[in-house]
Ligand binder design. Structure first.
Ligand SMILES: [Fe+2]
Length: 200
């Protein structure tokens, strides 16, 4: 992916305006320090709830509470951020967002919690993770696994995909509605996806 120079709007959208692109390197708490809020999506009240997908065979419950999943693993860095919203586009504060994915070699950590973690959305409904681009494994295109839940509402289990990924067309599970907006940045990539969930 060619690297492009970000304008301020891109950075604001990613919550990185104040910290700049260097924010991809420090621990993820620095991402939000003094950063402007990402732009709240507009909504006509008919926004569909984010589509569900299979959990897959590699979910591990009780992941650690941490937004920085990079560890000492290899792979290109990726800052993933967005909102959790109601179908009326109201931000959902305190929603659980649990992320798990393969390492750069396409393997899951099924005995520990590498590339597994969760966090809760802030008062504006924002979440953000700092992690690495997942590798490929046979039969699947590049993807993240996510569970999102607000309070005692139903759990949304789904997956997120990368645009312009050659494997998308060959993956029977792939869904275009679950494509992240991906931007190249110095030092890594920025990913954006807003979840719309039922809250009752
Ligand atoms: Fe997977």
């Amino acid at each position: 992916m060619p690297q492009t120079k970000f304008n301020r709007r891109d950075l604001v959208a990613a919550g990185l305006a104040a910290a700049g692109l260097a924010a991809l390197s420090p621990p993820v708490p620095a991402l939000g320090q003094g950063a402007a809020l990402p732009l709240t999506p507009s909504c006509d009240g008919k926004t569909a709830v984010t589509r569900r997908q299979t959990e897959g065979p590699y979910f591990t419950p009780s992941s650690p509470l941490k937004p920085d999943l990079r560890g000492d693993g290899a792979g290109e860095m990726l800052a993933l951020s967005g909102f959790v919203l109601t179908p009326l586009c109201r931000p959902v504060a305190g929603a659980l967002v649990d992320l798990w994915h393969a390492n750069a070699g396409g393997d899951y950590d099924n005995s520990g919690f590498r590339f597994r973690g969760h966090q809760f959305t802030d008062e504006q409904g924002r979440y953000q993770f700092l992690t690495r681009v997942p590798g490929l494994y046979p039969g699947r295109t590049r993807h993240f696994h996510v569970k999102v839940r607000a309070g005692r509402g139903p759990v949304l289990t789904t997956q997120l995909y990368f645009p312009d990924e050659p494997g998308n067309a060959r993956d029977g599970i792939f869904d275009r509605a679950l494509l992240m907006a991906i931007s190249a940045a110095e030092g890594g990539r920025l990913g954006r996806f807003d979840f719309v969930i039922a809250t009752a």
